[in-house]
Write a protein that binds this ligand. Structure first.
Ligand SMILES: Cc1ncc(COP(=O)(O)O)c(C=O)c1O
Length: 365
Protein backbone atom coordinates (compact mmCIF):
# COMPACT_ATOMS: atom_id res chain seq x y z
CA UNK A 1 0.00 0.00 0.00
CA UNK A 2 1.12 3.56 -0.64
CA UNK A 3 0.00 6.45 1.57
CA UNK A 4 0.85 9.39 -0.61
CA UNK A 5 1.01 13.01 0.45
CA UNK A 6 0.38 14.84 -2.81
CA UNK A 7 -3.19 14.28 -4.00
CA UNK A 8 -3.19 16.89 -6.78
CA UNK A 9 -2.96 14.47 -9.73
CA UNK A 10 -6.09 12.74 -8.33
CA UNK A 11 -7.94 15.95 -7.58
CA UNK A 12 -7.33 17.38 -11.03
CA UNK A 13 -7.80 14.19 -13.03
CA UNK A 14 -11.19 15.29 -14.34
CA UNK A 15 -11.58 18.96 -15.11
CA UNK A 16 -14.51 19.01 -17.53
CA UNK A 17 -16.63 21.36 -15.43
CA UNK A 18 -13.70 23.75 -14.94
CA UNK A 19 -12.85 23.63 -18.66
CA UNK A 20 -16.46 24.54 -19.55
CA UNK A 21 -16.21 27.69 -17.43
CA UNK A 22 -12.75 28.45 -18.75
CA UNK A 23 -14.22 28.41 -22.26
CA UNK A 24 -16.80 30.97 -21.20
CA UNK A 25 -14.02 33.08 -19.72
CA UNK A 26 -11.89 32.82 -22.86
CA UNK A 27 -14.85 33.88 -25.01
CA UNK A 28 -15.44 36.88 -22.76
CA UNK A 29 -11.71 37.83 -22.67
CA UNK A 30 -12.37 39.08 -19.14
CA UNK A 31 -8.78 38.30 -18.15
CA UNK A 32 -8.04 40.87 -15.45
CA UNK A 33 -10.43 40.85 -12.48
CA UNK A 34 -13.86 40.88 -14.17
CA UNK A 35 -17.07 39.04 -13.43
CA UNK A 36 -15.66 35.61 -12.52
CA UNK A 37 -13.36 37.13 -9.90
CA UNK A 38 -16.19 39.27 -8.54
CA UNK A 39 -18.51 36.27 -8.35
CA UNK A 40 -15.92 34.25 -6.46
CA UNK A 41 -15.28 37.10 -4.02
CA UNK A 42 -19.00 37.33 -3.27
CA UNK A 43 -19.28 33.58 -2.74
CA UNK A 44 -16.22 33.46 -0.49
CA UNK A 45 -17.39 36.41 1.63
CA UNK A 46 -20.72 34.62 2.10
CA UNK A 47 -18.92 31.39 2.99
CA UNK A 48 -16.80 33.07 5.67
CA UNK A 49 -19.78 35.22 6.69
CA UNK A 50 -18.04 38.57 6.38
CA UNK A 51 -18.98 41.71 4.46
CA UNK A 52 -16.02 41.84 2.09
CA UNK A 53 -13.64 39.47 0.37
CA UNK A 54 -10.89 40.94 -1.78
CA UNK A 55 -8.97 38.32 -3.75
CA UNK A 56 -5.22 38.58 -4.28
CA UNK A 57 -2.45 36.86 -6.16
CA UNK A 58 -1.22 34.84 -3.13
CA UNK A 59 -1.80 34.33 0.58
CA UNK A 60 1.50 36.11 1.21
CA UNK A 61 0.23 39.19 -0.63
CA UNK A 62 -3.02 38.93 1.32
CA UNK A 63 -1.03 39.14 4.58
CA UNK A 64 1.15 42.02 3.39
CA UNK A 65 -1.81 44.02 2.09
CA UNK A 66 -3.83 43.31 5.26
CA UNK A 67 -1.03 44.77 7.41
CA UNK A 68 -0.56 47.70 5.04
CA UNK A 69 -4.28 48.51 5.06
CA UNK A 70 -4.03 49.04 8.82
CA UNK A 71 -1.15 51.47 8.42
CA UNK A 72 1.38 49.11 9.99
CA UNK A 73 4.90 50.17 9.05
CA UNK A 74 8.45 50.93 10.18
CA UNK A 75 8.96 51.18 13.97
CA UNK A 76 5.75 49.24 14.64
CA UNK A 77 5.78 45.85 16.32
CA UNK A 78 3.53 42.92 15.43
CA UNK A 79 3.21 39.97 17.81
CA UNK A 80 3.12 36.57 16.15
CA UNK A 81 4.02 32.94 16.73
CA UNK A 82 7.47 31.49 16.01
CA UNK A 83 6.27 28.23 14.43
CA UNK A 84 4.47 29.23 11.28
CA UNK A 85 5.23 29.18 7.57
CA UNK A 86 7.81 31.81 6.53
CA UNK A 87 5.20 34.09 4.94
CA UNK A 88 3.60 35.05 8.27
CA UNK A 89 6.78 36.75 9.47
CA UNK A 90 7.88 37.67 5.96
CA UNK A 91 4.74 39.79 5.60
CA UNK A 92 5.51 41.72 8.81
CA UNK A 93 9.00 42.32 7.51
CA UNK A 94 7.68 43.36 4.09
CA UNK A 95 5.77 46.31 5.57
CA UNK A 96 8.87 47.37 7.53
CA UNK A 97 7.54 46.39 10.97
CA UNK A 98 9.29 44.22 13.56
CA UNK A 99 8.02 40.70 14.30
CA UNK A 100 7.87 39.90 18.00
CA UNK A 101 7.70 36.17 18.52
CA UNK A 102 5.72 34.21 21.09
CA UNK A 103 6.21 30.50 21.81
CA UNK A 104 3.71 27.87 20.70
CA UNK A 105 1.36 26.06 23.08
CA UNK A 106 0.76 22.30 23.30
CA UNK A 107 -1.57 22.44 20.30
CA UNK A 108 1.19 24.16 18.25
CA UNK A 109 -0.78 27.43 18.25
CA UNK A 110 0.34 30.81 19.59
CA UNK A 111 0.52 30.57 23.41
CA UNK A 112 -2.08 33.14 24.41
CA UNK A 113 -0.74 33.29 27.96
CA UNK A 114 2.56 34.67 26.68
CA UNK A 115 1.23 37.47 24.48
CA UNK A 116 0.52 40.12 27.11
CA UNK A 117 4.15 40.31 28.33
CA UNK A 118 5.22 41.30 24.78
CA UNK A 119 2.84 44.26 24.44
CA UNK A 120 4.37 47.74 24.64
CA UNK A 121 3.82 51.20 23.17
CA UNK A 122 5.16 50.08 19.76
CA UNK A 123 2.80 47.12 19.45
CA UNK A 124 0.20 47.66 16.74
CA UNK A 125 -1.21 44.22 16.04
CA UNK A 126 -1.41 40.58 16.99
CA UNK A 127 -1.04 38.18 14.06
CA UNK A 128 -2.20 34.74 15.18
CA UNK A 129 -2.01 31.78 12.80
CA UNK A 130 -4.61 29.04 12.39
CA UNK A 131 -1.67 26.68 12.23
CA UNK A 132 -2.26 23.33 10.53
CA UNK A 133 -5.91 24.30 10.09
CA UNK A 134 -6.61 24.28 13.83
CA UNK A 135 -7.38 27.49 15.67
CA UNK A 136 -5.59 29.33 18.45
CA UNK A 137 -7.57 30.45 21.49
CA UNK A 138 -9.08 33.24 19.49
CA UNK A 139 -11.43 34.59 22.19
CA UNK A 140 -8.48 35.35 24.48
CA UNK A 141 -6.67 37.03 21.61
CA UNK A 142 -9.71 39.20 20.86
CA UNK A 143 -9.94 40.14 24.56
CA UNK A 144 -6.29 41.22 24.60
CA UNK A 145 -6.75 43.24 21.41
CA UNK A 146 -9.66 45.09 23.03
CA UNK A 147 -7.82 45.69 26.29
CA UNK A 148 -4.75 47.17 24.56
CA UNK A 149 -6.48 48.61 21.49
CA UNK A 150 -4.55 46.46 19.03
CA UNK A 151 -5.53 45.16 15.61
CA UNK A 152 -5.90 41.43 15.07
CA UNK A 153 -4.84 40.14 11.64
CA UNK A 154 -5.60 36.44 11.35
CA UNK A 155 -3.34 34.27 9.22
CA UNK A 156 -6.13 31.92 8.18
CA UNK A 157 -4.14 30.59 5.21
CA UNK A 158 -4.59 26.99 6.38
CA UNK A 159 -8.03 27.55 7.86
CA UNK A 160 -10.54 27.52 5.00
CA UNK A 161 -13.35 25.20 6.05
CA UNK A 162 -12.49 25.26 9.77
CA UNK A 163 -14.72 26.71 12.45
CA UNK A 164 -14.35 27.94 15.99
CA UNK A 165 -17.31 28.95 18.18
CA UNK A 166 -19.49 28.63 15.06
CA UNK A 167 -17.44 31.19 13.15
CA UNK A 168 -14.89 30.75 10.43
CA UNK A 169 -11.24 31.65 10.83
CA UNK A 170 -10.88 35.01 9.14
CA UNK A 171 -14.12 36.32 10.66
CA UNK A 172 -12.64 37.56 13.95
CA UNK A 173 -9.79 39.95 13.15
CA UNK A 174 -9.96 43.40 11.60
CA UNK A 175 -8.40 42.28 8.29
CA UNK A 176 -7.50 38.65 7.62
CA UNK A 177 -5.67 36.55 5.06
CA UNK A 178 -6.25 33.22 3.30
CA UNK A 179 -4.26 31.15 0.82
CA UNK A 180 -5.34 28.87 -2.03
CA UNK A 181 -1.86 27.40 -2.57
CA UNK A 182 -2.24 23.93 -4.16
CA UNK A 183 -2.02 22.03 -0.86
CA UNK A 184 -4.60 24.11 1.03
CA UNK A 185 -8.13 22.87 1.77
CA UNK A 186 -9.49 25.21 -0.93
CA UNK A 187 -6.85 25.17 -3.63
CA UNK A 188 -6.30 26.40 -7.15
CA UNK A 189 -3.97 25.35 -9.98
CA UNK A 190 -1.20 27.64 -8.82
CA UNK A 191 -1.47 30.59 -6.44
CA UNK A 192 -4.34 32.57 -5.02
CA UNK A 193 -5.25 34.46 -1.87
CA UNK A 194 -8.07 36.33 -0.21
CA UNK A 195 -8.47 39.10 2.34
CA UNK A 196 -11.59 39.36 4.49
CA UNK A 197 -12.88 42.30 6.49
CA UNK A 198 -16.12 43.77 7.77
CA UNK A 199 -14.76 47.30 7.50
CA UNK A 200 -16.21 49.12 4.44
CA UNK A 201 -13.53 51.82 4.33
CA UNK A 202 -10.62 49.39 4.56
CA UNK A 203 -12.20 47.11 1.96
CA UNK A 204 -12.56 50.01 -0.44
CA UNK A 205 -8.89 50.88 0.01
CA UNK A 206 -7.76 47.26 -0.53
CA UNK A 207 -9.90 46.81 -3.67
CA UNK A 208 -8.04 49.76 -5.15
CA UNK A 209 -4.58 49.02 -3.72
CA UNK A 210 -4.40 45.49 -5.14
CA UNK A 211 -5.10 47.00 -8.58
CA UNK A 212 -2.58 49.89 -8.79
CA UNK A 213 -4.77 52.27 -6.75
CA UNK A 214 -6.93 52.59 -9.87
CA UNK A 215 -10.32 54.30 -9.86
CA UNK A 216 -10.67 53.71 -13.59
CA UNK A 217 -8.37 53.15 -16.56
CA UNK A 218 -7.11 56.76 -16.60
CA UNK A 219 -7.01 57.66 -12.90
CA UNK A 220 -5.35 56.43 -9.74
CA UNK A 221 -6.09 57.63 -6.22
CA UNK A 222 -2.80 56.45 -4.71
CA UNK A 223 0.17 54.20 -5.57
CA UNK A 224 -0.78 50.57 -5.41
CA UNK A 225 0.39 47.17 -6.62
CA UNK A 226 -0.80 44.48 -9.00
CA UNK A 227 -1.91 41.60 -6.81
CA UNK A 228 -4.92 40.44 -8.77
CA UNK A 229 -6.28 36.90 -8.59
CA UNK A 230 -6.28 35.35 -12.07
CA UNK A 231 -9.84 34.73 -13.37
CA UNK A 232 -8.77 31.21 -14.44
CA UNK A 233 -8.01 30.51 -10.77
CA UNK A 234 -11.21 32.18 -9.55
CA UNK A 235 -13.10 29.59 -11.61
CA UNK A 236 -11.06 26.72 -10.13
CA UNK A 237 -11.77 28.14 -6.67
CA UNK A 238 -15.52 28.38 -7.29
CA UNK A 239 -15.62 24.70 -8.23
CA UNK A 240 -13.46 23.85 -5.20
CA UNK A 241 -15.76 25.73 -2.87
CA UNK A 242 -18.63 23.39 -3.80
CA UNK A 243 -16.61 20.37 -2.60
CA UNK A 244 -15.07 21.94 0.48
CA UNK A 245 -17.60 20.65 3.02
CA UNK A 246 -17.18 17.02 1.99
CA UNK A 247 -13.37 17.41 1.96
CA UNK A 248 -13.38 18.62 5.57
CA UNK A 249 -15.72 15.78 6.63
CA UNK A 250 -13.43 13.15 5.05
CA UNK A 251 -10.27 14.61 6.59
CA UNK A 252 -11.91 14.77 10.02
CA UNK A 253 -12.99 11.15 9.72
CA UNK A 254 -9.41 10.07 8.93
CA UNK A 255 -7.98 12.27 11.68
CA UNK A 256 -10.36 10.76 14.23
CA UNK A 257 -9.13 7.25 13.45
CA UNK A 258 -5.54 8.38 14.00
CA UNK A 259 -6.45 10.32 17.17
CA UNK A 260 -8.30 7.35 18.68
CA UNK A 261 -5.48 4.90 18.02
CA UNK A 262 -2.28 6.94 18.29
CA UNK A 263 -3.33 8.53 21.58
CA UNK A 264 -2.99 5.07 23.16
CA UNK A 265 0.72 4.84 22.22
CA UNK A 266 3.12 5.90 24.94
CA UNK A 267 5.69 7.20 22.41
CA UNK A 268 3.20 9.46 20.66
CA UNK A 269 1.45 12.62 21.82
CA UNK A 270 -1.62 13.83 19.97
CA UNK A 271 -2.76 17.42 20.65
CA UNK A 272 -6.00 18.14 22.46
CA UNK A 273 -8.79 19.12 20.10
CA UNK A 274 -10.59 22.32 21.10
CA UNK A 275 -14.26 21.98 21.91
CA UNK A 276 -16.55 24.01 19.64
CA UNK A 277 -14.14 23.77 16.75
CA UNK A 278 -13.62 21.92 13.48
CA UNK A 279 -10.14 21.65 11.99
CA UNK A 280 -9.23 21.45 8.31
CA UNK A 281 -6.30 19.09 8.97
CA UNK A 282 -4.24 20.95 6.43
CA UNK A 283 -1.56 19.16 8.46
CA UNK A 284 -2.24 16.26 10.83
CA UNK A 285 0.55 16.51 13.37
CA UNK A 286 1.64 14.76 16.54
CA UNK A 287 4.78 14.51 18.66
CA UNK A 288 6.66 11.28 18.07
CA UNK A 289 9.63 9.86 20.01
CA UNK A 290 12.62 9.09 17.77
CA UNK A 291 10.93 11.19 15.08
CA UNK A 292 13.73 11.17 12.51
CA UNK A 293 14.16 7.38 12.65
CA UNK A 294 10.40 6.91 12.48
CA UNK A 295 10.19 9.18 9.43
CA UNK A 296 12.78 7.04 7.59
CA UNK A 297 10.93 3.88 8.59
CA UNK A 298 7.58 5.24 7.35
CA UNK A 299 9.04 6.39 4.05
CA UNK A 300 10.60 2.94 3.59
CA UNK A 301 7.09 1.57 4.11
CA UNK A 302 5.54 3.83 1.46
CA UNK A 303 4.07 6.36 3.87
CA UNK A 304 4.85 9.89 2.79
CA UNK A 305 5.12 11.59 6.18
CA UNK A 306 6.62 15.10 6.39
CA UNK A 307 8.07 17.56 8.88
CA UNK A 308 6.56 21.05 9.31
CA UNK A 309 9.15 22.39 10.09
CA UNK A 310 12.52 21.27 11.48
CA UNK A 311 13.65 24.84 12.30
CA UNK A 312 11.37 27.40 14.01
CA UNK A 313 11.30 30.92 12.54
CA UNK A 314 13.35 32.54 15.33
CA UNK A 315 16.29 30.21 14.60
CA UNK A 316 16.30 30.81 10.84
CA UNK A 317 19.25 32.71 9.34
CA UNK A 318 16.74 35.33 8.17
CA UNK A 319 15.87 36.09 11.83
CA UNK A 320 19.49 36.69 12.94
CA UNK A 321 19.02 40.41 13.51
CA UNK A 322 16.11 39.77 15.88
CA UNK A 323 18.63 38.34 18.36
CA UNK A 324 16.77 35.25 19.47
CA UNK A 325 18.77 32.16 20.41
CA UNK A 326 18.37 28.46 21.10
CA UNK A 327 16.23 28.28 24.22
CA UNK A 328 14.25 31.48 23.47
CA UNK A 329 11.09 29.44 22.77
CA UNK A 330 11.51 25.98 24.31
CA UNK A 331 8.13 24.56 23.37
CA UNK A 332 8.39 25.27 19.66
CA UNK A 333 12.03 24.10 19.67
CA UNK A 334 11.03 20.80 21.27
CA UNK A 335 8.13 20.47 18.79
CA UNK A 336 10.45 21.12 15.84
CA UNK A 337 12.42 18.05 16.91
CA UNK A 338 9.42 15.77 17.47
CA UNK A 339 6.60 16.84 15.17
CA UNK A 340 5.62 14.63 12.29
CA UNK A 341 2.87 15.24 9.73
CA UNK A 342 0.88 12.24 8.53
CA UNK A 343 -1.32 12.31 5.40
CA UNK A 344 -5.07 12.37 6.18
CA UNK A 345 -6.35 14.02 2.99
CA UNK A 346 -9.66 13.36 1.31
CA UNK A 347 -8.31 10.72 -1.09
CA UNK A 348 -7.31 8.42 1.77
CA UNK A 349 -9.60 6.29 3.91
CA UNK A 350 -9.75 4.02 6.98
CA UNK A 351 -7.52 1.35 5.45
CA UNK A 352 -4.72 3.87 4.88
CA UNK A 353 -5.10 5.13 8.45
CA UNK A 354 -4.92 1.61 9.90
CA UNK A 355 -1.90 0.83 7.73
CA UNK A 356 -0.08 3.87 9.19
CA UNK A 357 -1.11 2.93 12.73
CA UNK A 358 0.16 -0.62 12.23
CA UNK A 359 3.51 0.58 10.90
CA UNK A 360 3.96 3.07 13.74
CA UNK A 361 3.12 0.34 16.24
CA UNK A 362 5.68 -1.98 14.59
CA UNK A 363 8.33 0.72 14.74
CA UNK A 364 7.98 1.22 18.51
CA UNK A 365 7.59 -2.52 19.26
C1 LIG B 1 0.29 29.72 7.64
C2 LIG B 1 0.58 30.22 6.26
N1 LIG B 1 0.72 31.55 6.06
C3 LIG B 1 0.94 32.05 4.84
C4 LIG B 1 1.05 31.24 3.73
C5 LIG B 1 1.37 31.86 2.41
O1 LIG B 1 0.40 31.59 1.44
P1 LIG B 1 0.81 31.57 -0.12
O2 LIG B 1 1.65 30.35 -0.36
O3 LIG B 1 -0.51 31.51 -0.83
O4 LIG B 1 1.53 32.84 -0.41
C6 LIG B 1 0.91 29.85 3.89
C7 LIG B 1 0.95 28.89 2.78
O5 LIG B 1 1.71 28.71 1.94
C8 LIG B 1 0.68 29.33 5.18
O6 LIG B 1 0.56 28.02 5.39
Amino acid sequence: MKVYYNYLPKQFSNNKAIFRDWEKLIKSSDFTLGKFVKKFEKKFAAYINVKHCISTNTGTDALIIALKSLGIRKNDEVITVCNSFYATTGAIHAVGAKPIFVDSDNRYQIDVNKIEEKINSKTKAILPVHWAGASPEIKKIMQLSKKYNLFVVEDACMGIGASIFNKSPGAFGKVNAFSMHPLKSLNVMGDGGMITTNDDKIAKWIFKYRNHGMVDRNNIDFWGVNSRLQPLQAIVAMHGLKKLKSIIVKRNKNAKILDNNLSKFKNVKIPKRLKNSTETFALYMGLFDKRDELLKYLIKNNIEAKIHYPTPLHLQTAAKKLNYKIGSFPNSEMQAKKLLTLPVHQYLDAKHMHYMIEKIENFYA
